[in-house]
Write a protein that binds this ligand. Structure first.
Ligand code: NAD
Length: 481
């Protein structure tokens, strides 16, 4: 008898309990060896006053089992509730979100019958740091963070995933033509790490055309790796074009923990009616079984499920007169999958998880850090100002010494002084760039400059030190500079 693997699960909100019951029933009948621990998270917990939506005892179970099967949660609108999903991903270090997007034509209606791709989304960094500032009356700013180790980990994961799952190509998508440093780093690390995988075809696309191609020609792709925000958007586009959000499962993987779920939400519009499709959560559970080393059970369930879909046994949201045989609710769909355990699909590609490594991907250690010289060469100071760029420059220039000269003023990233374009619209937050001709700027020089600006009644909101790394600027030029 196989040892049972401890797994934490949560029934969630809306359709969550219905689809979780169906999923657990199939897991049991298929012979999954699980020691299940239930935790309560979500709407009721939020409303009982726990603002994270996760009580202490739930964390204790997650720390114990390290594996989490989660039904969808309703995030109450307003009231300052934090997204429970983001909290769990960040708290448990679940850096990789993996979302297979497959079409099941001709059994499930889709415009793209040949779609079979996997989105690997970085889950912790980028604009999801939630670091935002109101910089003035009129201007809000959000900080996008891309780190080398964070990027290396997700890119390495994507290549290792491709190898382990017999995938041939990895595509990276960024907007590095605009965000040259942050997205530029993601692209650069992709190229560096990619060199270790000569057996895998690899390419980079700018995100806008990449996302459009996912929608119009998804057969071009195999594995796609993206920073957090683009990954969020592209994975929903991809799930949608397979035919139904009800069919997608996903995993969130970290070094020590892993969480498995459906891609869809709690569907309050159909909750309690017994019509929800349990497939998304079930396919999440299949990924979980592979992760915990029960690939044989995963294969059994996945194939029974494919056969059920192929036999035209469909829940309401994918039921079509022409392609379906019978419309069923959650419970009957579950029974039909159970009845097909041991069978394989006749036309759809059968699943086979033999030999897929358990415990998630064992990633090699991060590359050694390349030490670079770092030299402070100036400072960007943001301040509020209602007036013209010329008037602002006239106020600032008397505060400036040769140590740190005023190199430019920009507004919303566009250079407006010296020699700005008169047509440029200016908001009430301005950036002043001070650069040293001599290099090696001391903190005391910056403080002295700030002191002089303060005495001139300048209303500054933010200062960022500017550095060169190995002689190359660690900051971008302003548009028009
Ligand atoms: P949703 O995914 O819940 O529903 C979108 C549409 O798809 C609805 O018409 C719904 O009926 C249908 N649908 C979704 N899953 C289905 C299934 N299994 N079977 C049949 N039809 C299905 O998205 P939403 O309505 O935007 O969000 C509802 C709630 O879910 C919100 O509170 C949101 O915050 C939450 N949510 C949670 C998660 C999560 O826990 N991972 C993810 C997304 C949204």
């Amino acid at each position: 008898m196989t040892n049972k693997t401890p797994v934490t699960f949560a029934r969630g909100d809306g359709i969550g309990p219905e689809i979780m019951d169906g999923t657990l029933r199939i897991l049991e009948k298929a012979g999954a060896a699980l020691a299940l621990e239930e935790i309560k998270i979500g709407k009721d917990v939020y409303e009982s006053g726990v603002s994270s939506g996760i009580p202490e005892e739930a964390w204790a179970s997650l720390r114990r089992t390290k594996v989490f099967l989660k039904a969808p949660i309703t995030t109450p609108q307003g009231g300052g509730y934090k997204s429970l999903n983001v909290t769990i991903r960040k708290s448990l270090g679940l850096f990789a979100n993996v979302r297979p997007c497959v079409s099941y034509a001709p059994y499930v209606e889709t415009k793209h019958p040949n779609m079979d791709l996997v989105i690997i989304r970085e889950n912790e960094e980028d604009l999801y740091g939630g670091i935002e500032y109101r910089q003035s009356q009129d201007v809000m700013a959000a900080l996008k963070i891309i780190s080398r180790p964070g990027t290396e980990r997700i890119v390495r994961y994507a290549f290792e995933y491709a190898r382990a799952n017999g995938r041939r190509k990895v595509t990276c998508m960024t907007k590095d033509n605009i965000m040259k440093l942050s997205d530029g780093l993601f692209h650069k690390v992709f190229d560096e790490i990619g060199a270790d995988y000569p057996d895998i075809e690899q390419n980079h696309m700018i995100i806008d055309i990449g996302a459009a191609k996912v929608a119009s020609a998804p057969h071009m792709f195999d594995v796609i790796v993206l920073p957090n925000l683009y990954g969020d958007i592209v994975s929903d586009i991809a799930a949608e074009v397979t035919g139904s959000v009800g069919l997608g499962g996903s995993s969130n993987i970290g070094a020590d923990f892993a969480m498995f779920e459906a891609v869809h939400g709690s569907a309050p519009d159909i909750a309690g009616k017994g019509v929800a499709n349990p497939s998304g959560l079930l396919l999440g559970a299949v990924m979980m079984l592979v992760h915990i080393g029960q690939g044989d059970v995963a294969t059994r369930i996945h194939n029974a499920w494919l056969r059920t879909i192929e036999d035209g046994i469909h829940t309401g949201e994918i039921y079509r007169k022409d392609t379906s045989v019978r419309q069923v609710g959650t419970n009957v769909f579950t029974d039909e999958v159970i009845a097909r355990l041991g069978e394989t699909p006749l036309k759809l590609k059968p699943a086979n998880y033999d030999g897929v490594q358990a415990g998630g991907m064992k990633l090699p250690p991060l590359s050694p850090r390349k030490e670079e010289s770092k030299e402070r060469v100036g400072v960007d100071v943001n301040l509020n100002w209602d007036g013209t760029a010329e008037d602002l420059a006239a106020k600032i220039l008397p505060c400036v010494t040769d140590d740190l000269a005023l190199a430019l003023i920009s507004n919303r990233g566009v250079k407006v002084w010296p020699d700005g374009q008169p047509e440029t619209f200016c908001a009430d937050n301005w950036r002043l760039r001070f650069l040293s001709k001599k290099g090696n700027v001391r903190t005391s020089q910056v403080i002295a400059l700030m002191d002089r600006l303060n005495k001139a009644d300048m209303n500054f909101t933010k200062a960022v030190m500017l550095h060169n790394f190995d002689g190359k600027p660690g900051f971008t030029a302003a548009q028009g500079e």
